[in-house]
Design a binder for this molecule. Sequence first.
Ligand code: ZN
Length: 329
Amino acid sequence: MSIIDAHIHYGDDDPLLLALLAEFDLSLFNICVVVEAPDSDVQAPWRDQAETYQALAQAHPQRFAWCTSFDLPRFDDPTYMDQAIAGLQRDFQAGALACKIWKNIGMDVKKPNGEFLMVDDALFDPIFECLITSGKPLLTHIAEPLACWQPLTEDNPHYGYYSKNPQWHMYGRTDFPSHEQLMAARDHVLEKHPKLRMIGAHLGSLEWDVDVVAARLERYPNFAVDISARLTDLVVQDSAKVREFFLKYQDRILFGTDVVMRQKPSTLNATDKAAAIEALRATYQSHFAYFETDQSLVIRGRTTRGLGLPPSVLEKFYRTNAQAWYPGL
Ligand SMILES: [Zn+2]
């Protein structure tokens, strides 16, 4: 069964990577992220990401596609919005299939009046209307896992990230919007733009309980979610309940890993390259084992039972939902 990883950041086409993709019959939907320091040690400036992803999609259309983004607002630049829209239209012409908006909207970027710029700010309306007119969906990574606003404990699936990225850990920080406020802003975008098709990355930042995700899917027919970087959040929930969720919303959940390429395999020596590709293989294999088998499994140190999804549901989750929500994939 051919598979689409609908959320990844992997800008390379080393032959060893291409062989792995061929082995799993896997294609990658690369997502641009408008990063700034201190995250930029991992990701290149976003226009460089876009160039890389576009070139890969042109060189290997059966293995790569890409999602663009737009510059963060420049409040003192009256041409900002025209440039942002022109950039999106240019990227769609060049093959980009969607647009991403990242968590720095709502949690980092401030307006001239000192307030956080929220995703439902009227500023973004022309961009969302442009996406609707262009027939392109919006991928949102708004907010963070709920753990971001809770005390950091080692048993939490997100302990590793927040211990390494304390600048994003919001517990006790009353000067930042709450998880609830950020979710309300995102919901408000769905309400304001009912024709906008939105995919909520990372289980829509509602990763701690599939029932909470289900409530959003019920409320907003123009909303779907990807599971990228949230496998462990599923693993720690009751497998029978998660399985029911996947069966009930089998048209609204997209497979993705959110693997971030640390170094291009093509620049590594043979040993390190093989290790990088093997790590990628292991990531896919643990996902496949969880979704496909109904066996007892240990995933990232946690014992769980695989979901054993039927082939018809796997086909939607692995491929056709991504094709339906990202037209052109
Ligand atoms: Zn990502």
